[in-house]
Design a protein around this ligand. Sequence first.
Ligand code: OFO
Length: 168
Amino acid sequence: MLKTKVAESLNSQINAELYSSCLYLSMESYFHSVSLSGFATWMRVQVQEELLHAMKLYDFVGSRGGRVVLEAIAKPDADWESPLAAFAHVLRHEEGITARINNLMDIAASEQDHATKIFLQWFVSEQVEEEAGVSEILSKLRLIRSDSSGLFMLDAELGKRVFVPPAP
Ligand code: OFO
């Protein structure tokens, strides 16, 4: 059975992951509005990944006899001044999510909840990957600056991203 403090923290993380999916869905629409369909595809995959993160947490809470209590999801931004500004936002956001996961891990450790610690290990590794992937795109956008051919090449590259559901 989950202790109250751990259950509340996991519930709060479900909300954070659902917010992430809304933020990236909003970014998908922004990228469509500036005719960068490859960036939009990348964001759609990101939306699917965030929903998967939320559902992983949801299922874990249920499997430990906890109760999921959903909260309102904050309204995400709708506009960014450039693709660079959008991806800088993504990196800031993911760094915040990493801090939340680390905090969750600290709570699980202080409550001596070993099962939750093992479960959260997947999220710790996932955040390393997320930050690395976003940092790479951000570096490319900084190199490209206002070179539109570079931007279109990156758009084509990002458009190849596909959602790979994890093995059951
Ligand atoms: Fe769920 O990792 Fe991004 O937010």
